[in-house]
Write a protein that binds this ligand. Structure first.
Ligand code: FEO
Length: 428
């Protein structure tokens, strides 16, 4: 929804022409106000924009990013208004996802003399874009420069914000950071600048939550490079151009990337146990896992029955936790829905390297534990301790196995065990 325009005033015209955002720097991107879903997972109530820029120097023009392929006509029209193709000496792609590289092949055809500058990590993406052609390009890294005569561009590698290839490009004479997806949002407003568009704060945070949050540690690393810069403008690849107090948005990234919860456990490791129980058997196993971990010590153990299906409150907890254990009965050959729902929600946070484990009771076949372990491994958790299954009502020996499981997990978390798969038979 765009901010309402008073009835007596015509809506502001869409910028058909390029828009100068700093001396010799033009926005030449495209607006996509009707988009309602981006990359399938993001809702885009306000559509989005694909921001691209042209930087004129005394010895050439650099094009920073392009647009999604179906918006190429808008991009080329705006580019042609500020530069001849023969003047383009450099093309910089901060990130090769198709929403920014869609017009690249055609741009390379129209400006064959232009040198392409991309992150060294972008090579596989480039090969995927330009099939069969051997394209000469310059891989760049932090500190490398592109000379435009009286001004230059330099680069900051910001990997995993949100792809391996992502980088930011810095125009020091203008204090202008072309930040790619970083500091962007899906918010289309033809007024372009953060001090003239509608209120987009929700969109900025929403975008971070879905795109950047899984890579919080990488965001913090990138902020170490960006925060010292004398920023006057941040020009992202989506959404408003941040020319009014851009440092607020940098600060917001630090807030969003930092722990949102007080560390209640202090120096203790945290182990979260989630379970669903049809007849109380998996619950008894969960309590035994918790008891075993408590006895081993050094961990703060929390136990949650997720039969109610709530997921969102637990995502923050899992992001902060050191290990998670999932308990599910097997019903019709599968783990139960609340557990899968919890797992599917983890896509928005970083869980790589956390400790994972599973357990559960079953009637006939008992596939759930193995399925959950496989999924945990698929999410890149460590699953070094084999899970426990119990048919119908767990025996005292099976509950002891659960206590052993909890104890082993505590040892793993506190560095008192090797990272190895335990043969439960050997423990008997
Ligand atoms: Fe906007 Fe990751 O592309």
């Amino acid at each position: 929804m765009r901010t309402a325009t008073p009835m007596s005033m015509p809506p502001p015209p869409r910028p058909e022409a390029p828009v100068e955002i700093a001396p010799g720097v033009h926005w030449i991107g495209a607006l996509d106000p009707d988009l309602r879903s981006f990359d399938i997972i993001l809702k885009t109530a306000n559509g989005t924009s694909y921001n691209a820029y042209a930087v004129r120097g005394s010895a050439g023009v650099a094009v920073v990013d392009t647009v999604k392929a179906e918006f190429a006509d808008d991009f080329f029209r705006r580019l042609e208004a500020v530069a001849d193709y023969g003047e383009i000496t450099a093309i910089v792609l901060n990130h090769l996802e198709p929403d920014h590289s869609g017009a690249l092949p055609e741009l390379l055809r129209r400006a064959p003399q232009a040198r392409l500058h991309i992150s060294g990590r972008a090579r596989p993406m480039l090969k995927g874009l330009i099939h069969g052609e051997e394209l000469d390009y310059t891989p760049v890294t932090t500190g490398d420069r592109v000379d435009l005569g009286n001004r230059h561009l330099s680069f900051f590698q910001t990997p995993y914000l949100h792809w391996p290839d992502t980088q930011c490009t810095w125009l020091p004479d203008a204090g202008l950071l072309f930040s790619g997806d970083v500091f962007g949002c899906h918010f289309c407003d033809e007024r372009l600048f953060n001090d003239t568009v509608g209120d987009f704060r929700f969109s900025f945070d929403y975008y971070f939550a879905h795109i950047m949050r899984p890579f919080r540690s990488h965001v913090l690393e990138a902020l170490e490079l960006i925060e010292p810069l004398p920023l006057r403008i941040v020009a992202p690849a989506h959404g408003p151009i941040l020319r009014d107090r851009p440092e607020r948005y940098v600060r917001r990234y630090r807030e969003l990337s930092s722990s949102t919860l007080a560390n209640e456990a202090g120096d203790e490791k945290t182990l979260l146990i989630f379970y669903v129980s049809a007849y109380g058997s998996t619950r008894a196993m969960a309590e035994a896992v918790a008891a075993g971990a408590e006895v081993a010590g050094g961990v703060r153990v929390s136990l949650y029955d997720i039969e109610g299906g709530e997921v969102r409150p637990f995502v923050d907890l899992i992001e902060e936790a050191d290990g998670i254990v999932l308990g599910s009965p097997t019903i019709n050959g599968d783990a139960v829905k609340p557990v899968w729902d919890l797992l599917s929600s983890l896509v928005s946070i970083g869980v790589r390297g956390k400790l994972g484990a599973a357990f559960g009771s079953y009637g006939w076949t008992g596939e759930a534990v193995q399925m959950l372990e496989d999924r945990l491994r698929g999410l890149k958790l460590r699953v070094p301790v084999k899970g426990v299954r119990a048919r119908l009502i767990p025996t005292e020996a099976e509950l002891e196995d659960c206590r052993t499981l909890g104890g082993e997990l505590a040892l793993q978390l506190t560095g008192r065990a090797d990272n190895r798969i335990i043969d439960m038979a050997a423990l008997a």
